[in-house]
Ligand binder design. Structure first.
Ligand SMILES: CC(C)(COP(=O)(O)OP(=O)(O)OC[C@H]1O[C@@H](n2cnc3c(N)ncnc32)[C@H](O)[C@@H]1OP(=O)(O)O)[C@@H](O)C(=O)NCCC(=O)NCCS
Length: 190
């Protein structure tokens, strides 16, 4: 059975290991496939995933959660809201080993987090931004209900707060190399 739980500060070292030093790292970060998005150093991880993401006090702004299969931790799933319009969250996910990929676990975990955020924080709009070359992630997100938005800039503008556009508009792979995928509970105005 798959579950998610909020990470604590004790989980922070493994969250770093799984993101930056595992056999899934090269599937989404660093050369040869993703030279434009280098693997974060420990210091960069500390900066990007500050302690607040691991503490109850931060949960309205964002949090790291741990995915568990029958009680065994198998990866991380995060959300962040601080840079987005009210009612929106951006998600990110990484499993800790390749042998766990392709089994439907990432898709199921995303569904669990979306349900949790709807219920606990009233989030109704979800954003996720993989590399355009990460076909496995794109397929998993589509199965979880995310839709690719080829009109990237207007889609992103409807999510990001204006003051965060310069810092976060390009995503991890630059505007060109980043897919913009969204899931919105209300129909979008035409
Ligand atoms: C991205 C990730 C979370 C997806 O979770 P997952 O459990 O592997 O996803 P699923 O098994 O539900 O779905 C993967 C889909 O991609 C397909 N797939 C598998 N390997 C693939 C490959 N090399 N190329 C293209 N598609 C592939 C699978 O067939 C499956 O589709 P299907 O169910 O229609 O057959 C997980 O693979 C992962 O952690 N990858 C490494 C980190 C990463 O890339 N994170 C994304 C950052 S945005």
């Amino acid at each position: 059975m798959l579950t998610i739980r909020h990470a604590t500060l004790a989980d922070k070292p493994v969250a770093y290991e799984w993101l930056c030093c595992s056999d899934t790292t090269s599937l989404h970060l660093g050369p040869p496939d993703y030279p434009e998005s280098p693997v974060p150093t420990r210091e960069e991880f500390e900066r990007d995933f500050e302690d607040l993401y691991f503490l109850p006090a931060g949960r309205r702004q964002g949090a790291v959660t741990i995915i568990e299969r029958a009680g065994e931790p198998i990866g991380c799933l995060c959300y962040a809201c601080f840079h987005l319009q009210p009612g929106a969250a951006e998600l990110d996910i990484w499993l800790k080993e390749r042998r766990l990929c392709g089994l439907g676990l990432g898709t199921e975990a995303l569904r669990l987090l979306v349900e949790h955020l709807r219920r606990e924080l009233g989030i109704t709009r979800f954003l996720i931004r993989p590399s355009t070359r990460n076909t496995r992630a794109i397929r998993a997100y589509a199965k979880a209900g995310f839709v690719d938005r080829p009109e990237k800039i207007p889609a992103l503008r409807s999510f990001l707060k204006e003051e965060f556009w310069d810092a976060y508009g390009g995503g991890d792979y630059g505007l060109e190399g980043t897919a913009v995928m969204t899931m919105e509970d209300e129909p979008r105005p035409q």
